[in-house]
Design a protein. Structure first.
Length: 86
């Protein structure tokens, strides 16, 4: 797998800004679940679309939903950022 151009810190920063704009939360609790942070299924689909649109990272919403914590979601996004597009 190709190394990602995005670090966990840069994805966390993007996620924090996106969540704030969506009115979900102003802070990130890395060990919290997405549900505990205020995400519902529509918010997860919106996040997947924002990642694709704003960063060019294609992460299936279904895989985001399966992430147990915010930290695992960030790791998943970083992993996908390192994969070739196709």
């Amino acid at each position: 797998m190709k190394q990602s151009a995005f670090s966990a810190a840069s994805i966390e920063h993007f996620l924090a800004g996106w969540m704030s704009k969506q009115g979900i939360s102003d802070t990130i609790a890395l060990n919290s679940t997405l549900t505990a942070m205020g995400f519902d299924s529509l918010a997860i689909v919106d996040l997947a679309q924002a990642l694709r649109r704003d960063l060019g990272i294609h992460v299936p919403a279904a895989e985001i939903i399966e992430s147990a914590t915010v930290a695992q979601t960030i790791d998943l996004i970083v992993d996908y950022a390192g994969q070739p597009r196709g």
